[in-house]
Design a binder for this molecule. Structure first.
Ligand code: TRP
Length: 470
């Protein structure tokens, strides 16, 4: 038996952990509602092109940087040159921003497990829709569920990620997958589902603008957990025997598969029930329960399993986000694990309260003209992840040694990576300008220009002081 690093005992362990981070609310909650808001299949096509041309390449790059340096995000980018330390710090900030809203939605998933018991699926579609609106704009209830979800993260990450959560994910992630297939079948066989299938598969480019491209790029990074060094950290634990391109392809394929399935589960049903596709963040919490309400007694069982597995998928993603912040404090700032996790958790709880309230009683921030939910979402997904991914591509293509990368990606020439030259070309010449162009045109089209400029200013300041950061 070969000796491997302890963290990922098997190939399966690594793929599971990376896929666990990637597959989450991004696939099941976010992908469908963005698709709905951005006109359907044209958005999906652009998203798929970004996933396979940009996302997959950046994932390979992150794994390579991580395994080559043997360090987590900040240390890894710094090891190439301290000019680039800020990219790692941007990653830590991104994790914070995402955790400003992720636990809020994770809390909704938890709450819906209990709503499933409380007769949610016996209501009319209108009542299900209304119940969701009332729930998330409420004050105490969503905050309590958010705190419970965040608390689960804190307990798990404070103990170290091993153990129960891995076991739960091992069972529940495949369950979620199978369940989505069942729901998809139910959904496409509903009367009137055809319009939803068209919406998903018949591209209409008339509504596409710069904002669509930016949303698709942000979603590609968000869903694959890229652009902030999470996959650099995971790569640093990857055994030298594994082939990086192959692992990256598996993780990407799984992630895209779940997202597309979630779309197929939702849109045919949504059109069959005569609802609007641009539902916004409530989509999965409204359409899926309506589908279940059409299943009679089985609906409750499906509903409980669905929301349990959604919550677990969310949890395996959010612990990777909390871990990024915690490991940064532990490695670079010499903070004890428990202290790092608890203090980070308190700050995240505070952000989560603001986010949750911003959906109800809170007015938008006057100067930026957005609520906290959108603020954290736009800053992370439309600014930090994209630019983070761009800088990671620049470091890989322009700073890292090409022959070292070739060795890393072919395991010292023992395995093939026939597309190495193509990959390197993409990373060096195509991806950095492509991301920049998408960002610029996105800024021109997006309504929240002030937020984008605010985010860019933060990045500029971090870049200027990069050498002072650690
Ligand atoms: N990919 C996860 C999802 O789709 C979210 C996530 C986890 C993430 N870790 C990340 C996003 C790191 C960006 C970076 O739900």
């Amino acid at each position: 038996m070969e000796v491997k690093r302890e963290s990922w005992g098997t190939r399966f362990g690594f793929v599971l952990a990376a896929a666990g981070s990637a597959v989450g609310l991004g696939n099941i909650w976010r992908f469908p509602y963005l698709t709905g808001e951005n006109g359907g299949s044209a958005f999906i096509l652009i998203y798929l092109v970004f996933v396979f041309l940009i996302g997959l390449s950046v994932m390979i790059a992150e794994f390579a940087l991580g395994r080559n340096s043997g360090l987590s995000a900040v240390g890894a980018v710094k090891s190439y040159s301290d000019r680039w330390t800020f990219v790692g710090v941007m990653g830590v900030l991104s994790a914070f921003l995402i955790m400003g809203f992720y636990p809020v939605v994770g809390g909704w998933a938890l709450a819906y497990i209990f709503e499933s018991f409380a007769g949610l699926y016996t209501r009319t579609p209108e009542a299900i829709d209304q119940a969701f609106g009332t729930f998330i704009t409420g004050t105490a209830r969503p905050i309590i569920w958010m705190l419970i979800f965040l608390g689960m993260n804190i307990i798990i990450v404070a103990k170290g990620i091993k153990g129960g959560i891995e076991q739960a994910a091992r069972v529940l992630m495949p369950t979620l997958f199978i369940l989505l297939i069942f729901i998809s079948i139910r959904s496409v066989t509903l009367e009137g589902a055809g319009a939803g299938v068209d919406f998903l598969f018949r591209p209409d480019f008339s509504e596409v603008n710069g904002g669509t491209f930016l949303a698709a790029l942000g979603q590609a990074f968000f869903s694959l957990s890229l652009g902030m060094g999470a996959m650099i950290t995971y790569g640093s634990y990857l055994s030298k025997k594994e082939t990086i391109p192959q692992n990256a392809l598996i993780v990407t394929g799984l992630d895209v598969g779940v997202a597309l399935l979630a779309g197929i589960a939702m849109f045919p049903a949504l059109f069959a029930f005569g609802m609007e596709p641009a539902q916004g963040p409530g989509l999965v919490f409204v359409v899926i329960p309506i589908v279940f309400s059409q299943m009679g007694g089985l609906g409750i069982i499906f509903g409980i399993i669905f929301f349990v597995s959604l919550a677990v998928a969310a949890l395996t993603s959010s612990i990777s986000l909390l871990e990024v912040v915690a490991s940064y404090l532990i490695d670079q700032k010499n903070v004890k694990r428990k202290t790092a996790v608890y203090s980070t958790g308190v700050l995240m709880a505070f952000m989560g309260v603001l986010t949750s309230l911003s959906l109800g009683v809170f007015d938008p921030l006057p100067t930026l003209n957005v609520g906290f939910f959108d603020l954290f979402d736009i800053l992370s997904d439309k600014v930090f992840l994209g630019f983070g991914g761009m800088f990671i591509a620049v470091i890989t293509g322009w700073v890292a040694n090409k022959e070292v990368l070739r060795e890393e990606l072919t395991n010292e020439g023992t395995t093939d990576f026939v597309l190495f030259e193509a990959w390197h070309f993409l990373i060096k010449w195509i991806i950095p300008p492509a991301v920049a162009i998408v960002a610029v045109f996105g800024i021109l089209d997006i309504e929240e220009t002030a937020v984008m400029i605010f985010g860019l200013a933060i990045i500029a300041v971090l870049a200027i002081f990069s050498r002072k950061l650690d």
